[in-house]
Ligand binder design. Structure first.
Ligand SMILES: *Cc1c(COP(=O)(O)O)cnc(C)c1O
Length: 236
């Protein structure tokens, strides 16, 4: 099966393949430096603002996990990729999620990385299928950045554990702007050790983006969310 050619044709496709290969090399290199097997690290390509054709191109290059941060865009793209025959792609929801959209997001998302409040946990409750869940930690003092404050994380984790339809995988975080990322990722790793006393299986860490994924891998990231380093700049 082949993907739909992207706008711009083979030059654009070559650019995408090259950037993907560079990031895969970078991930392998950082994993080696960390003394970790590279295959325990999932690279999620964040495709927000890019057309469905680019997602299809990524799928044809072997990408299995893609990320989106807006519900409507994610829903439409997941449906389009399904129509194009890429029904095995895993969609990761990484943006702020309104509680009233939670049930719809469950239908296409295999994982939700942005669980940050009790009302969203309650809205995601289901007696049918389970979705993978990451509790997002806010590493800043700005509540608009999304995520739960570190000292409220354990209470939210307990609520996720008590909610049918959510399978807790671990924690997610975005490094704050303007400070070295590695100590921030270390904070998340330490918090994750506390969480694992409540939920021994919740050992995953969703952290690391285009500019800081190496630091994230060195601090134990299992799920990288990488956009522009692979896709190129986002369209306006
Ligand atoms: C956009 C986005 C990413 C990817 O960012 P890049 O800097 O393009 O790699 C990762 N995580 C979240 C939550 C995002 O919104």
């Amino acid at each position: 099966m082949t993907g739909v050619p992207p706008e711009g044709g083979s030059a654009a496709a070559g650019g995408l393949a090259d950037r993907l290969a560079r990031v895969r090399d970078g991930v392998a290199d950082a994993a080696e430096a960390a003394g970790r097997p590279a295959d325990e690290i999932t690279t999620i390509v964040v495709t927000k603002f890019h057309p469905a054709s680019l997602v299809a191109e990524l799928a044809s290059l072997g990408v299995t996990d893609v990320g989106e941060n807006r519900h409507q865009e994610a829903q439409a793209k997941a449906a389009e990729l399904e129509r194009l025959g890429w029904s095995a792609l895993r969609w990761h929801f990484v943006g702020q999620l309104q509680s009233k959209k939670a049930r719809q997001a469950r239908r296409y998302a295999s994982a939700i990385h942005s669980i940050d409040r009790a009302s969203l946990v309650d809205a995601l409750r289901s007696d049918e299928t389970s979705v993978d869940a990451f509790v997002q930690i806010n590493l800043t003092d700005d509540p608009d950045r999304g995520g739960v404050a570190p000292d409220a994380a354990e209470a939210l984790v307990e609520r996720v554990l008590a909610t049918p339809g959510l399978r807790l995988r671990g924690l997610m975080a975005v490094a704050p702007i303007g400070v070295p990322a590695r100590p921030e990722f270390a904070r998340v790793r330490e918090l994750s050790e506390r969480v694992r006393r409540l939920a021994p299986d919740a050992r995953d860490l969703s952290m690391g983006m285009s500019h800081d994924y190496r630091d994230a891998i060195l601090e134990g990231a299992t799920h990288l969310r990488i956009g522009t380093a692979i896709t190129g700049n986002r369209p306006a």
